[in-house]
Structure formats: C-alpha cells, structure tokens
Design a protein around this ligand. Structure first.
Ligand code: FE6
Length: 614
C-alpha cells in the first residue's frame, strides 16, 4: 500500500456528503437508480466512442450492467463494461466537474422546505447517493483508453478518499457498497430486483441481477414508430398497464418544439371509475432519457385525462425543481399544454377514421370529456367537437356530433336544440318535443343528467346557441282546427290562475303543444326540471328549493282544454278537479311530481264520475 494516495474532498462536496450521510430521506432505494443510470451513461458513451472509430480497450466486450448482492457480507455491487475512468477522472469527477452540480444541489436543498435528496441525479451528482446506505464505497475502474490501467478508489464518506493503482482490470467500473446496519436489506436480491424493475426497466443496456437478466422490455417510446411492431406495442402496454387486454387507443408521438417530448399513451379498454373503483389516478410516468423521474406524474395532464396510461419522456426537465413543486412549474404547464392539445387532436382524428372505434371509446369515457367541458375552459372548444348524442333524425343507437348536426340545420333554424330525457322513448313522448316534431327541427336527445351542465358551460357550438328544448322560443307553424279562440284561451288561462292560485306561477296559452293538453315550464329562465331534480337529490333533508314555482302552459287545440273550458259553466267543482289533475299530469311528464299518492284520491273521484255518467 506504499502507492496509496489520500485526497480530501472539496469543501462543498464534504458538505453534500454530510447531508447525504445523515439524511432522513425515506426513499434511500434511489441510490440503485443513480448508480445504474451512471453505468448506462458510461455504456452509451462507450458505444459512441466505438462508433466514431476511436480505439477502445477490450472492444469486443459488450456493454452490460451487472448487479450482485451478497446478503452474508452485506454488500451490493454494480459493475459496468462502459467507459471507465482514468486516475485523472476519478479525481476530477469528485472535483471540478461535479462541482457546479454540487453547488446547485446544495442551494436547492437549503432553499427547500422539504429538501428532496431524490433529485440528486438531476444535478449530475447521483454517485454520492451511495453514501445514504453505505458505510464504505469501493470503486474499481479502468478507462477504455488504450494504455490506461486500473485504479481503486475507496472512501467512508468522511475525511476524504484513497486512490490505489489496481493494475490489470477489465474495462469499465465496479462499485461496491458495504451497507450500513440500517440498510442491510439492500443486500437482499428480491428487494433490489423490485427497485430495478421500478426505476430502471427501460435502461437500454442489459441489466443482470446475480446473473439473471431483468430488463427485457425496451423503451420503445424513444424509437421511430414506423419501426415498431404491433406485438411490441402490445407487450409494452401489458407491461406498463398491468393489463392483459388490448388498449382502445394508442398515441405515439414526438415533438421537438416547444419542448423535446417523446410520449406513448394508451387508453385502457375499460373505465375503472365506472367499475366502482372510486377515483383513479393518472398512470402516466415521467422519464428523462429513459430513467424514471416521477411515477404517476401529477400535473402532466389535466385531471379529466386521468384515465390515460403511458410514458412521457422529456430531455428538457430542468435540474432546479423538486417533486413537490414540479406540478407548479411553467415547464410542467408547457408539457401539459402540448400533451393535452396533441391528445385531443388525436381523438378527433380517430373519430374521423372510425366512428365505431371512437364510439366505443366514447361510451367508456364520455364522462371524462364532459368533466373537461365543465372544468377546463382552455380545451372546451376542442372537447365540444368530441361530444356525441342521439338525435330525433337518426335511428335509435346512432350518434351524431354537434358539427354534423349543424351541417343538417336548415337556414330557418338558428339554434341547436337539446332535449334532456331519461331515454329515447321518454324524449319522443315529451311535450317539449312536440313543436320540434311538428316543425321538423332536429333535436339532440341527452340522456345523461350531466349533459345539462355540459350544455350550460359550452353555451355555443360553431357560433350557434345550444338551447334546451324546454327553453326554446318556438311556435307551431299553423293554428290547429277546433282550437279555442285567442280570447277564449286567454280567458281560460286567467280562470286557471285564479283556480290554481299559488300552485303555479304564470298560466299562459302555449303555441308549441300538439298532443299534450298542457306543460309546466320553469319560471326561472336558468332553471330546468332536470336541474331541479339534481338539486333536490343533493339536498339531504328533502326540503323545497326556493322559487320552485312552475309556469303552466295550456294547449288551446287540445280537446281536454276546450272541453274544460265548457265544463267551467256546466259543473264548476268538476272543472276545478280536472284543472288540478291536468296540472299534476304535466308535473308527472316533467318528472317533478313529489308525491303521486296525493293525486290518486282526486283521480279516483274523477273516474267515479266518468263511470256513473248515465
Ligand atoms: C460517477 C465518482 C465513481 C463512469 N462510469 C460509472 N460512473 C461514473 C462514470 N461516474 N462518473 C463517470 C462516479 C463518480 C466515482 C463514479 Br469515485 F462521479 N459507472 Cl465512466
């Protein structure tokens, strides 16, 4: 040991080591990721030197990363056949090159409320993370440069390091960690296997753990999509999605500006939130050059795209952001904007390519798109194009986009009409539908109670107002034969208001009813029957909502109404009963009758009268 050189660590590096050694950081396992990442970089650089024709020591030795554990000795060793380091580099690496990263990292640690040692790799000083778990680190390295020989570097973290010539070593670097007592579990094969699977599955060089090959799935997102086989995509999805079924959609894309991004995204075959699993978390992982930076990255996509699975890889991730603040950074916002815009464009393309495939997606994920319309103003317009509805002009089960609806609109029609109903039969039987059927205006049938909020937030599409059928200001084209005269109808309306009193708001003569004697219409312009039902359901105590009064519209052409008018003078008490019943019937049609039992007495009395006639 006569040739042993002892070196002191530079002040900053000693400071960094002190922090790392005494850190209470919980994810100590990341040291494995950092050492493997360094090894992979060394292999990458070796390959580069080889391909540019430089002479390389042991050129025939392929790049590989070998990890071995020895739980008896309490050690873990990471060996690579990469570039290796010269004596100068072993000193330099811990000196000047690492210096700037160390300074930046120390600054970050000092400034953060919750210092995140896990970012160490992003500052280029990941090697030091070894001292979180090791009481002693031994590095054996031999550079690829012909004429160099091996060196052994050892340190216990405090008080410097020792360099000794190691003679005839194979090319590359071997790092052995003698684990601290509280870190001995990192000498267990199964522990290390999990860590490597988690962080280093896509490292592009073979990783062997105690002789067993681990990473067999490639980071195909970084490859040219034209060179990737369908089976490779399938295998990849199975691996990252933990799902043996095929995804509904796949989007593989890369961009250079405004950010360098490679992304491979999948829409899983099922919506897990409808399967009663509660709210799901985004499963898109963020990588920087194939190494995991953040699993289930928050802020990468808007909340309403939380059903996506896949990977996003960006080289542009800066060094000075911590995990906690990652989601607030403008970089994250930029990534989010690019990714969301691209995915929405993709969905539109898919809907044009195959309506069938798109509708399958839509039936699983429409709630997410609707959530987007309501919560995310930035993408509202693009999301509007993705909505699909049944329509009065299409066969049951067929769906239309708003764009196609607009194309079919006649010049006479100025607005887009929507009818909220529980199902098609209810929509077609709705009194609010009558005027549209009569005038041959297409109506979209909305069966999802959320749709009312969707329409409310969207407001317009392609410059046309989205109008709920019950709020539409439309008249029948012609007056019906046998209808009450305008004066008689107005008179009856007046009598009805006097008779029904506080049970209704206004009573009006309707110009939009064909088959129904009457309808109720919410007096509040902004309120609909659907919304009343939703709000009532949300109120636990079942109490009335304020201003729950309904206007009442009568159809002057309906026999029930014209005969009611006659009955007023013939049998006033019967006319009152019938008027009350017509109102309750209209409430039933609107789904707003609170307690149907109350009307049964009256209905039975009316039936009795009908049956005793003559
Ligand atoms: C990190 C200091 C040991 C290469 N291969 C591997 N690691 C490398 C390099 N590092 N830097 C270059 C590192 C240090 C010591 C390793 Br001591 F910064 N595997 Cl070529």
């Amino acid at each position: 040991m006569s040739k042993a050189e002892t070196h002191h660590f530079q002040a900053e590096i000693q400071q960094l080591l002190d922090i790392v050694i005494h850190s209470l950081y919980t994810d100590k396992e990341i040291f494995v990721r950092e050492l493997i990442s360094n090894a992979a970089d060394a292999c990458e650089k070796l390959r580069f030197n080889q391909s540019s024709g430089k002479p390389v020591f042991q050129s025939e030795v392929a790049p590989v990363i070998q990890v071995t554990t020895d739980d008896k000795a309490g050690t873990i060793t990471i060996t690579d056949t990469g570039l290796g380091m010269t004596h100068g580099e072993l000193v330099e690496n811990l000196g000047t090159i690492a210096h700037s990263g160390t300074k930046a990292f120390l600054k970050q640690l000092a400034g953060d409320k919750k210092p995140d040692v896990g970012l160490i790799g992003q500052f280029g000083v990941g090697f030091y993370s070894a001292f979180m778990v090791a009481k002693k680190v031994t590095v054996l390295s031999r550079s690829f440069l012909p004429g160099e020989s091996g060196w052994q570097w050892t340190s216990e973290g405090m008080g410097g390091y020792e360099l000794v010539p190691a003679g005839d070593l194979p090319r590359g670097t071997r790092i052995t960690l003698e684990l601290k007592d509280d870190a001995k579990h990192f000498a267990a094969e199964s522990t290390v296997e999990h860590i490597i699977q988690r962080y280093s599955s896509f490292v592009p060089f073979p990783i062997e753990l105690n002789g067993k090959r681990l990473n067999t799935v490639q980071a195909i997102w970084a490859r040219n999509k034209h060179e990737i086989k369908e089976e490779e995509y399938e295998e990849f999805y199975t691996f990252i999605g933990h799902d043996h079924d095929k995804p509904l959609f796949r989007l593989h894309f890369s961009a250079d500006a405004p950010l360098a991004i490679q992304a491979l995204l999948f829409v899983p075959p099922r919506n897990f939130e409808t399967l009663g699993m509660g709210r799901i978390d985004s499963e898109v992982n963020l990588y920087c050059r194939k190494v995991l930076i953040q699993a289930k990255a928050k802020g990468l996509f808007p909340d309403w795209l939380r059903f996506l699975k896949g990977v996003v890889d960006s080289e542009d991730l800066p060094l000075n952001i911590s995990r906690e603040t990652m989601q607030d950074t403008s970089l994250m916002q930029k990534l989010n904007k690019v990714l969301t815009g691209r995915f929405l464009k993709f969905l539109e393309e898919q809907s044009e390519k195959s309506a069938e495939a798109y509708e399958k997606f839509y039936s699983e994920y429409q709630r997410f798109l609707k959530e987007g319309v309501v919560t995310d103003f930035t993408h509202q317009e693009a999301l509007g194009k993705l909505l699909r509805y049944e329509s009065s002009l299409l066969d049951p089960g067929k769906l239309t986009s708003l764009a196609d609806y607009v194309k079919r609109m006649s010049s006479e029609q100025k607005e887009i009409y929507c009818l909220l109903a529980p199902n098609r039969a209810a929509a077609e039987a709705s009194p609010y539908y009558e005027v549209f059927r009569e005038r041959k205006f297409e109506v979209l049938f909305l069966y999802d109670p959320w749709d009312e909020f969707v329409m409310e937030h969207l407001r317009t599409f392609d410059g046309k107002t989205l109008r709920l059928a019950e709020k539409a200001d439309l008249d029948l084209s012609a007056k019906k034969e046998g209808a009450l005269s305008d004066d008689a109808a107005r008179d009856l309306a007046k009598w009805l208001k006097e008779t029904l009193g506080d049970k209704v708001g206004e009573v009006r003569v309707s110009r939009r009813l064909v088959d129904s004697p009457a309808v109720v219409v919410d007096a509040d312009k902004a309120m609909t029957a659907n919304m009343r039902r939703l709000m009532k359901a949300m109120k636990q105590d079942g109490s009335e909502l304020p201003g729950a009064k309904q206007d009442f519209e009568i159809n002057p052409a309906h026999p029930v109404i014209s005969r009611l008018d006659r009955m007023r003078s013939q049998d006033a008490p019967l006319a009152v009963s019938v008027a009350e019943q017509i109102l309750d019937n209209a409430r039933v049609a609107a789904g707003l009758l609170e307690d149907p039992r109350a009307m049964l007495n009256r209905l039975n009395q009316l039936l009795e009268k009908v049956l005793t006639k003559d």
